[in-house]
Design a protein around this ligand. Structure first.
Ligand SMILES: [Zn+2]
Length: 253
C-alpha cells in the first residue's frame, strides 16, 4: 500500500478504503508566519505537506490537508504572519478529529510541524471527550522535533546556535531540499545566535522581534539541500517510531 491524499479522492473511495482497513489518517498542523528575509511564510506548512506525506506512507494512511494557519502570535510583528488564537486552534483540531472519527478512522495522528503548535495540540487532545475505539495521537512537546534534529546537526558540524529554532540552518536546509525555488539564499543572514534556552524563552513569551530584528533565530548561511534531506528523513524515522510506540501502548493496530 501507499499513502492516499484525502482531498484527491471521492467519498465512495474514502468509504471503501476505510472499510477495507485503511483506518489511520495523518493531519499536519503548520503555520503561515515570517521565516526571516530568505524563507517563505509557508515554510512550516510545507513541512506539514511533505513530512505528513512521508509519515502517511510509513503508516499506509490517508494524508489530510495541512491545517496551514497555526499559533504564531510570537511572529505577529512581521508582515504576512497569520495567527489563530489558541482557543480557536484547539477548537479547529477538535472539530477535525470529531469529523474524522465519525467516519470510522481508528487512529488519528495530529502532526505539528511548527514549534508553536505542539503545546496547544497536546492541550486540545487532552480536552477532547473520549472517542470510543479511536486513538488520537499527538506530540505535545517541541523537544520531539529538536531531539530529532540536534543529533543530525551535530554530525554535520552545525552548532545549536547556528541551527537555531527558527529560519536557521536546519529549517533553511529543509526548504532547500523541498522547494529550493522559494529560498533566497542571497538574503540569508544570521539572526539571534546567543544563548539558546534564554533565547527560546523570550522568543515565545515576548515575541521574536524582541531578540531578532530580521526574524531569524540561528544562522542559515551554511544550509544545504543534502543536509535538509538528512533532517527530514530522520524526523520521519523518529516520529514514525513514536506513533508505533504509542499505538502499541494502547493496544491499537
Ligand atoms: Zn518554521
Amino acid at each position: 500500500m501507499t499513502a492516499l491524499r484525502l482531498e484527491e479522492l471521492t467519498w465512495p473511495q474514502v468509504r471503501a478504503e476505510i472499510d477495507a482497513g485503511r483506518q489511520t489518517v495523518v493531519v499536519p498542523f503548520g503555520a503561515v508566519e515570517q521565516h526571516g528575509p530568505h524563507l517563505p511564510l509557508g515554510t512550516d506548512a510545507l513541512f506539514g505537506d511533505e513530512i505528513g506525506w512521508a509519515l502517511a506512507e510509513r503508516l499506509d494512511a490517508f494524508l489530510a490537508p495541512t491545517v496551514r494557519a497555526g499559533c504564531s502570535s510570537h511572529h505577529l510583528a512581521f508582515a504576512g504572519t497569520i495567527s489563530l488564537r489558541e482557543e480557536t486552534f484547539r477548537q479547529v483540531a477538535a472539530d477535525i478529529v470529531a469529523s474524522l472519527a465519525q467516519h470510522g478512522f481508528k487512529r488519528i495522528v495530529l502532526l505539528p510541524t511548527h514549534g508553536g503548535n505542539f503545546r496547544p495540540l497536546g492541550e486540545a487532545v487532552a480536552q477532547m471527550p473520549p472517542l470510543d475505539g479511536v486513538q488520537v495521537i499527538t506530540f505535545p512537546d517541541v523537544s520531539v522535533l529538536l531531539g530529532a534534529i540536534l543529533p543530525v546537526a551535530s554530525s554535520l558540524g552545525i552548532t545549536p546556535q547556528e541551527g537555531g529554532v527558527h529560519a536557521g540552518e536546519w529549517e533553511t536546509s529543509m526548504v532547500l531540499a523541498l522547494r529550493p525555488e522559494l529560498v533566497h539564499m542571497d538574503r540569508g543572514e544570521a539572526g539571534y545566535v546567543g544563548d539558546l534556552m534564554a533565547g527560546v524563552q523570550r522568543f515565545f513569551q515576548e515575541g521574536v522581534h524582541t531578540i531578532s530584528e530580521n526574524g531569524v533565530f540561528g544562522d542559515p548561511r551554511r544550509a544545504s539541500e543534502a543536509a535538509g534531506r538528512q533532517y527530514i528523513d530522520h524526523i520521519v524515522d523518529v516520529i514514525a517510531a513514536m506513533v508505533d510506540a504509542q499505538s502499541q501502548r494502547s493496544g491499537a493496530a
